[in-house]
Ligand binder design. Structure first.
Ligand code: NAP
Length: 249
């Protein structure tokens, strides 16, 4: 496949991501606090996270091990694999969700989302990349890696605060406080967005840009749904708290 054809596939996939963003304005993804009956068979929430995130980790690992990538491309593969080791094998064991379930439909659609995004990014890094050592001195690298690290830290700190709102064995929800929660409802989702924006800037290619569009298409509607949910469930929810952009939105 030529690089032009590959890039066209990435553009088409990004357009599907925009369509998904529009759809998610009308449908709330039914997992976590939004889980409800009527979405077909359900499985354990923790198992669901492992099954749906594993393909992303395994595909990038496969493409990395089966190709001879430059140092710069190897770093991109490493960042991706690093993120998905946490998301697949650490995060699900940290959450305190007490036997909560999620619909198989969510798991299935996330598997498709992850296979295509990891497939496109891994395939690019294995077959088309032309990075050199000089790429490390380009502004893309400095800005992108800084954003990736800052985003990852914001995501981790925020998820950690949320997870510890429940004591072991506790269920239910509380109003999160401290850190960026003083300004926005979903700093964990903001962190994830900054992280993948950083990745797209380091990579500066079509599949990473397309993945960023898909990430935003998922996370922005989820942040809107979370914010609305907080306001509906807590009369004392801070009025000044925004959705995901401090002071603005
Ligand atoms: N890249 C992507 O496309 C993508 C898409 C979705 C999620 N993610 C990432 O996956 C992670 C989880 O996302 P999410 O939307 O499921 O996060 P979330 O709703 O904020 O939940 C995170 C964890 O904290 C618990 N929690 C949240 N708010 C709470 C509260 N007020 N009181 C008590 N416990 C609370 C949740 O329990 P419950 O499950 O019981 O609600 C869950 O275990 C995030 O890091 C996110 O960035 C990435």
């Amino acid at each position: 496949m030529t690089l032009d054809t590959f890039n066209l596939i990435c553009i088409i996939w990004a357009v599907v991501g925009v369509a998904s963003f529009i759809l998610l304005q009308f449908v709330t993804a039914p997992y976590g606090r939004h889980v409800k009956k009527g979405w077909g068979p359900q499985i354990s929430n923790k198992l669901g996270w492992i099954i749906m995130e594993a393909p992303s980790l395994l595909l990038l690992l496969y493409f990395y091990l089966s190709s001879d990538q430059s140092l710069y491309a190897s770093l991109l593969s490493f960042l991706w694999i690093f993120h998905y080791i946490n998301r697949t094998f650490i995060y699900p064991f940290r959450i305190r969700t007490q036997g909560k379930k999620m619909p198989l439909l969510i798991v299935g659609s996330a598997i498709i989302f992850n296979c295509i995004n990891a497939g496109l990014n891994g395939y690019f890094l294995a077959n088309y990349e032309t990075y050199t050592i000089a790429s490390f001195s380009h502004w893309h690298f400095y800005i992108g890696i800084s954003m990736f690290i800052i985003g990852f830290l914001i995501n981790q700190i925020s998820d950690n605060i949320l997870i510890h709102l429940r004591k072991p064995g506790e269920t239910g929800y509380k109003i999160p406080k401290g850190f960026l929660f003083n300004y926005i409802s979903c700093p964990n989702l903001l962190g994830e967005l900054i992280q993948w924006t950083g990745f797209a800037i380091i990579a500066w290619n079509y599949p990473a840009a397309s993945f960023l569009i898909w990430t935003a298409a998922n996370l922005l509607p989820r942040a809107m749904d979370h914010h609305k949910w907080y306001k509906n469930h807590f009369a004392a929810y801070p009025k000044k708290r925004r959705i995901i952009v401090p002071g603005i939105w």
